[in-house]
Design a protein around this ligand. Structure first.
Ligand SMILES: Nc1ncnc2c1ncn2[C@@H]1O[C@H](COP(=O)(O)OP(=O)(O)OP(=O)(O)O)[C@@H](O)[C@H]1O
Length: 315
């Protein structure tokens, strides 16, 4: 392990602290009193639909934007100081193209970026961490989408940061590229570093993050491991076939939060599938082909964001 951080992170110091942060673009409130604290060493997904405030959050954390109200701290200091000290790296969205200078070799690009830092990680360490050894003599414009992202990641960590922000890092990658990318991130985070990434991909957040922070309308609407988020909403779907579904009774079954009946097919959303099935039997409701499945993170996400939306509309 190579730890060369100029100011090593203090144990217990949050990697990121947002207290009641508001950010507006003109009259549009992109972040609306957002509070959030992230511990060091975690991989955290910022998950949310388009316009939820993910990129704005990352912009504030990098000191590219200034909050109009509230406090933003990164590794115990201001975002700008943390960035200037080389403690923070970032991979932002590029729009069109790879975001790399064309007509330059990968190794030359990395050497150039290393010169921007007072204490960069050794060249070979960065190459190994980002897995770009085989790409060093390639021209940047000849890289595939996935290869370009690996090179951009190498540039993001060239300063040996304790904390890295990635804004939708796998957007341009195929499935194999995504897998390789997250494997690399896992190695990096095992060294005790913090990784915060924005994504719309529910499965990606669930599979790769220790913690999933769901944003919607500029606020945190849910926060926890993917598994906990799933449990927090309609935890299970209970499906069965019934010759004459007793519609009025199904609503009252233990644990049931939602009922959908199509002909003889009944779909129940339940917070406690065991209790629901026991109650089905107890009430002598005739059923066959019983299926119980866990809710996908997708369900949790839709439920969590639509709940917030309802609150927002009634506010
Ligand atoms: N420069 C800007 N000027 C005006 N409005 C902006 C600007 N940047 C973002 N917004 C608005 O602020 C809100 C939050 O945008 P942000 O880019 O942070 O969301 P996001 O969650 O990253 O979305 P996406 O997933 O689409 O990238 C959106 O409603 C967006 O339209």
């Amino acid at each position: 392990m190579n730890r060369r951080s100029p100011t090593p992170p203090r144990p217990g110091e949050p990697a990121v602290r947002f207290v009641d942060v508001t950010h507006r673009y003109g009259r549009h409130r992109a972040l609306d009193g957002m509070s959030l604290e992230l511990e060091q060493g975690q991989t955290v997904a910022l998950l949310g639909p388009n316009g939820a405030g993910k990129s704005t959050t990352i912009g504030l954390l990098l000191g590219l934007l200034e909050a109009q109200a509230g406090t933003v701290e990164v590794l115990g200091t201001s975002p700008r100081q943390a960035v200037a000290a080389g403690r923070v790296g970032a991979m932002l969205q590029t729009g069109a193209g790879s975001g790399l200078p064309p007509g330059v070799r990968v190794d030359a690009t990395l050497r150039l970026v290393r010169r921007l830092y007072r204490r960069p990680a050794p060249f070979d360490v960065t190459v190994e961490r980002s897995g770009i050894g085989r790409l060093l003599d390639r021209q940047t414009q000849r890289l595939s989408g996935g290869q370009a992202q690996s090179v951009r990641f190498a540039l993001a960590i060239a300063g040996d940061p304790d904390l890295v922000f990635l804004d939708e890092p796998t957007a341009a990658m195929d499935v194999a590229g995504q897998r390789a990318f997250w494997e690399m991130i896992r190695h990096f985070s095992r060294e005790g570093r913090t990784v915060v990434f924005a994504t719309h991909h529910l499965q990606e957040a669930d599979e790769t993050a220790d913690r999933v922070v769901v944003l919607n309308h500029g606020r945190v609407t849910a926060d926890g491991p993917g598994a906990v988020l799933k449990a927090a909403v309609q935890a299970h779907r209970v499906r069965f076939w019934c010759p004459r579904p007793p519609v009025g009774v199904l609503d009252g079954l233990e644990g049931v939060t939602d009922v959908a009946v199509r002909g003889q097919r009944v779909d129940l959303a339940s917070l406690d599938a065991d209790a629901t099935v026991r109650d089905l039997v107890h009430r002598r409701i005739e059923f066959s082909s019983l299926e119980v499945t866990g809710a996908a993170l997708e369900d949790a996400f839709v439920a969590l964001t639509s709940r917030h939306h309802e609150r927002g509309e009634s506010a």
